[in-house]
Write a new protein. Structure first.
Length: 349
């Protein structure tokens, strides 16, 4: 057992690990075996693993049951399932809401973020009680992306830099799912996004509500099954680029663009003053016609007014959104879809 694992057998979990799955029959057995081995070595019995079947149409559940029975995991693993695919974000939130430990980690079931990622995220929250959630980032010094295609590397780096600019935060991995949360912080949060945009929505709302984030460097390794999927000629990408871009821009619009428009307002106004001053100087000295410089200056003043208007508008949108989040924080609303059912351990009839 790991030296950092609990010295005594706990009667309750100190960490809940939530992993969504969808059509993973090819890898689910070895993925869960590896995850269970890691958690048992690092936490003894003081953990719970919540697997959420997001409407798989293959034999994922059948193979999952087989490995869980073989591993005698009835006391440490719960499988939640529903018949219709709703998206990764909804699966994760369903698992989060069912968790019972004070710290909740969401990550990939195949341990592609490393065998010790759950332990590291948990340890970071324990060591920093002022933090409300922790994000694993390959963009921090010491982190990396391994076996990831160059196109994906470019998209994730460029996208996260743009989002970071408008979020005005130190977070470098805004769209990743591998995170550790305090249950008291994440469970009351109401979310609307069901897909991968869920991660950005959660980050925006938690930061907007004043919760504090930390990051740890981590290595994301695309394993063989991910490389095979990505290279398959007939397989469509699970990420719809246009939808992802538009949804991310929508979140950026209500993040923190106010200071950027304020900067543009000041810049346009200063340039306008410069052109007007130059026009006045030319008019006094009769050096050249001043009308063109004056027109440019007036146009810049109009642009400055437009930027000021955008700044006020986005400020009001952000404050309205924050007010709505605060009012809804902790509220419980009836689910719009059929709730997930516990399918493992098998309920007694």
């Amino acid at each position: 057992m790991d030296q950092n694992a609990p010295k005594t057998v706990a009667t309750y979990p100190i960490v809940s690990v939530v992993c969504p799955l969808f059509n993973e029959e090819a890898i689910i057995e070895r993925a869960v075996q590896r995850m269970l081995m890691n958690l048992r070595q690092q936490f003894g019995e003081a953990f719970e693993l919540i697997l959420v079947n997001d409407g798989s149409k293959d034999k994922s559940l059948e193979r999952l049951f087989g490995v869980l029975v073989a591993e005698r995991a009835e006391k440490q693993v719960r499988v939640l399932s529903y018949p219709i695919n709703q998206g990764r974000g909804r699966a994760i939130k369903i698992g989060i809401d069912e968790a019972t430990a004070p710290i909740i980690v969401t990550t990939e079931a195949d341990c592609s973020w490393g065998d010790d990622i759950v332990q590291r995220l948990h340890a970071e929250l324990v060591a920093h009680p002022e933090a409300d959630f922790v994000i694993a980032s390959p963009h921090r010094e010491g982190g990396s992306l391994v076996n990831v295609s160059p196109a994906r590397v470019f998209l994730t780096q460029a996208g996260n830099r743009l989002i970071r600019l408008f979020f005005d935060s130190s977070v470098t991995m805004n769209t990743g799912m591998t995170r550790g949360y305090r249950a008291a912080v994440i469970q009351p949060l109401l979310t609307e996004e069901n897909g991968k945009e869920f991660h950005l929505e959660v980050l925006l709302k938690l930061l907007g509500l004043g919760f504090r984030a930390r990051e740890i460097p981590a290595t994301l390794t695309w394993l063989d099954h991910k490389l095979q999927r990505d290279g398959a000629a007939k397989r469509k990408s699970s990420t719809k680029i246009f939808k992802t871009i538009t949804s991310h821009l929508r979140f950026i619009a209500i993040a923190q663009p106010v200071r950027h428009f304020a900067f543009l307002t000041a810049l346009a106004a200063l340039l306008g003053c410069g052109f007007i001053a130059a026009a006045v100087a030319m008019l006094v000295t009769h050096a050249a016609p001043a009308i063109y410089l004056a027109l440019v200056g007036l146009i810049l003043f109009v642009i400055a007014l437009l930027f000021a208007g955008f700044s006020i508008l986005f400020f009001q949108l952000r404050e309205l959104a924050r007010t709505n989040w605060m009012q809804g924080y902790g509220a419980r609303t009836p689910p719009t879809a059929k709730p997930a059912e516990l399918v493992f351990p098998v309920k007694a009839s």
